[in-house]
Design a protein around this ligand. Structure first.
Ligand code: ADP
Length: 763
């Protein structure tokens, strides 16, 4: 809306006021002038009638009509204001009348009636109609004058008021307003001063604007300084991040030498002392590496440099991976990690699987670290909501617990409950701080409840959307629906989880908590001839162990071919069933993976022969690999040595290149099947060398070799960079022999038929 100026508003108001005053004055003048005119008229009329009745008294008494009428017409002629005259006798009978010729019918008039008397005796009545025409014209003339003068007076007064208002109020106000606008716009001192005659109030206002101006100047200066400080802090932060990344790189490279060499030393013949020293070197190296990783991670989060890499992933597999990774440590301590993944929960979600794995690994790893007796129970469940699922991951342990007064501090950086010099547990105190911050970044949180001496429960809440399009993994249809399975195990929780899982696949289930109870159940079944399709049993149970129980079951003629699936956490899993006298049994190494169990159950039921257990990484056999050419592109001498030694027994044909450019040259000559490529090298780095190699391959239309990045840069962004350049895999230093062989093994399923396999991957 367009705003009007104050001057316009005042002019408009004054004009309206003037109009109002004119109307009031006009009305008042009209009334008073009208009254005055009426008074004058009645006075005149009274006088005229008295005069006429005196003159005509005699004629009225004798009722001499001709004389009376002549007299009346004469009177009409003499006095033009008289419209008509009537004379009535004493009995009120009309005796004479005269009306002026040409008198208009609608002409306004006043009627006066007066008795004709003498000495108190009434002889008749005279009625006169007196015309108002002239009087009215006069009254209107006077009213017009009154209005005109009033309007002129009001206009003059208004003009004077406007002038004064402009000078005393508007101009000073305008000056102050302009100054204020300039202050707000950041310009100073360009507006003129207040006029000398401005009132005290305006000077006070002007002073306040001055104070405001000073405050603004001060604020702007402060903001500028702050901006500069922020820029400087940003640069410093950047430098810190780069320094940390570089430092981590620089430390990792020699650490690779230390850890790799220690690992190699341990493979040689050592006496007890030497083995102990080498083990200590290896363990200390690994501990140092964890600390470096934690610090790097933490400072990245603090610097706000962590970006989530969102992609569809299988949550169940991710958590099973973590449990598998941590299980050996748990088993070595004599505790078990039990995992329940709610069968109702979908498997595929969208999120940063690396970060989720990192958080879960830390929390389950802590639970294992701080528990010596009992178990660690991981329960994954979720509630559906409008955006996907609100997941809850509960990690319950039966470990040392956390004293109540320390519960708040465990999520702070560098805080450890047992922080004395005589600490029993290793760690930096950064794990939970990192986890909590990562969860916040992902919109979740972690909380803890604990009783010292009894155990702790860490609860992770994490909202995750469902993955939109997940490629269907073709699974062999399994006919588990309607089968009955007997679940045998001493741990109730394990039985419950298994039963829940079987039911989710449409199976019926029976339970037995010991070998003797199992035998009872079997005997009952023999009597009732109820159906039993398979048995899933723990290998280790108090009393009779699983192996013995399996033999007993198979000894019963009715159950001689009953499929048995044995869940083992011991050495048994490393062996073939026939090696331990368990022909017809399937052995699954704990921790249990749902997909694996489903597959084994299906296979056991259809009495397929168990597949050869997956080849372990170390089974890349010398003879099998002998024809494979492998190039190590690495500038560091120690690392060249470490990797060569690690691979020495695998029988590869090894070529070494000391930098990227050399790697490209040697690639042209040798055409290796596998390249282990360092990222940072002089002359040409690993990324560029990989791109060059890929170019050569596509130009010659030869099958692609497998390039595995070996790098001291442990960050996810580096992994992406490697893969984008055309590398196939990524190993971060320090590399263990096991991981290296596993990575190579991933790419050579059948070394004899490497060419065919390579072609397969190309298509
Ligand atoms: P650390 O590297 O020391 O494990 P964390 O940040 O992961 O660092 O844990 C911080 C501290 O919280 C640990 O040192 C330990 O005192 C306590 N803590 C964490 N998890 C548990 C647990 N499950 N039981 C008992 N104490 C725990």
């Amino acid at each position: 809306m367009k705003r009007t100026g104050i001057l316009f508003q005042i002019v408009l108001s004054l004009s309206l006021a003037a109009l109002l005053v004119a109307l009031v004055v006009g009305a008042a003048a009209q009334r008073s002038e009208g009254n005055r005119m009426r008074e004058q008229l009645s006075e005149q009329a009274g006088l005229t009638i008295s005069l006429l009745s005196g003159l005509m008294l005699e004629s009225i008494i004798v009722e001499d009509v001709p004389v009376l009428e002549t007299g009346l017409y004469e009177a009409l002629e003499r006095t033009p204001k008289i419209r008509s005259i009537q004379i009535l006798n004493a009995e009120d009978m009309m005796i004479a009348t005269a009306t002026r010729r040409g008198a208009a019918a609608q002409e306004e008039f006043v009627t006066y009636e007066q008795p004709v008397e003498m000495e108190g005796f009434k002889f008749g009545t005279m009625i006169v109609q007196w015309s108002m025409l002239e009087g009215q014209a006069m009254v209107q003339e006077r009213v017009r004058y009154a209005i005109l003068w009033t309007v002129l007076a009001v206009a003059a007064l208004s003009a004077a008021i406007l002038g004064l208002l402009n000078m005393l109020a508007l101009q000073p106000l305008q000056t102050i307003h302009l100054r204020m606008s300039e202050v707000l716009a950041g310009a100073h001192g360009r507006v003129g001063k207040l006029p000398w005659y401005a009132s005290r109030e305006f000077w006070a206002l002007n002073f306040s604007v001055g104070v405001l101006e000073d405050t603004f100047i001060e604020r702007n200066e402060r903001e500028l300084a702050l901006e500069r400080a922020c820029e400087e802090a940003d640069i410093a932060n950047q430098a810190k991040s780069e320094f940390l990344a570089n430092m981590s790189h620089e430390i990792r490279t020699p650490m690779n030498g230390v850890i790799g060499m220690a690992e190699l030393i341990m493979e040689t013949d050592l006496d007890e002392d030497q083995r102990f020293y080498a083990k200590t070197i290896s363990k200390s190296g690994a501990a140092l590496l964890t600390i470096i990783n934690d610090i790097l991670n933490f400072s990245k989060i603090e610097a706000g440099k962590i970006e989530l890499d969102l992609a569809p992933f299988n949550l169940q597999t991710a958590i099973e991976d973590v449990v598998t990774l941590l299980s050996p440590k748990a088993t070595s301590k004599g505790i078990e990690i039990i995992l329940r993944y709610d069968p109702e929960l979908p498997e595929f979600f969208e999120g940063d699987v690396g970060r989720i794995r990192q958080v879960v690994t830390n929390i389950i790893g802590n639970a294992v670290k701080f528990t010596d007796i009992g178990h660690v129970y991981v329960d994954v469940s979720g509630e559906k909501n409008s955006n996907g699922y609100g997941l809850t991951i509960n990690v319950t342990d039966t470990g040392i617990g956390i004293p109540e007064d320390r519960l708040d501090t465990v999520f702070s950086a560098f805080e450890q409950v047992d922080s004395g010099a005589t600490r029993n547990f290793e760690g930096t105190g950064l794990g939970l701080a990192i986890s909590a911050r990562l969860l916040t970044l992902m919109g979740g949180e972690v909380t803890v409840q604990s009783t010292a001496g009894e155990g702790s429960v860490f609860v992770v809440q994490l909202p995750l959307p469902l993955a939109e399009q997940v490629e269907e993994i073709p699974v062999k249809p399994l006919a588990l629906q309607g089968l009955t399975g007997l679940v045998v195990g001493s741990q109730e929780l394990n039985r419950l989880i298994l039963t829940e899982q079987l039911n989710a696949w449409g199976m019926h289930s029976l339970e037995a908590s010991s070998a003797s109870q199992t035998v009872e159940v079997m005997l009952d079944l023999r009597l009732t001839s109820d159906r039993l399709d398979l048995v899933i049993m723990e290998d280790q149970m108090p009393g009779m162990d699983g192996r013995e129980l399996a033999r007993r079951i198979h000894a019963m003629p009715e159950f001689a071919t009953l499929p048995i699936v044995m869940l083992s956490s011991g050495d048994l899993a490393a062996m073939q069933p026939d090696q331990v006298g368990l022909e017809g049994c399937n052995i699954i190494h704990k921790p249990l993976r749902a997909a694996q169990l489903k597959q084994v159950l299906g296979r056991a039921h259809s009495h397929e022969q168990p597949e050869q257990s997956a080849t372990s990484p170390s089974s890349v056999h010398p003879q099998k690999a002998h024809c494979i050419k492998l190039m190590i592109a690495e500038d560091n001498r120690t690392n060249q040595l470490v990797v060569t030694r690690m691979l020495k027994d695998a029988g590869f044909d090894i070529v070494i290149a000391a930098n990227g450019a050399e790697a490209v040259e040697r690639f042209k000559e040798v055409r290796p099947d596998i390249v282990l490529m360092d990222m940072m090298m002089p002359v040409m780095d690993g990324v560029e060398a990989t791109m060059k190699i890929r170019e050569i391959e596509s130009a010659s239309q030869s099958p692609g070799c497998h390039i595995i990045a070996l790098t001291a840069n442990a960050l996810e962004s580096h992994r992406e960079k490697c893969l984008a350049a055309g590398m196939d895999d990524f190993l971060s230093k320090p590399i263990s022999k096991k991981a290296l062989l596993a990575a190579i093994h991933d790419w050579i399923e059948d070394p004899q038929d490497l060419g065919a396999e390579v072609r397969l991957r190309q298509t």
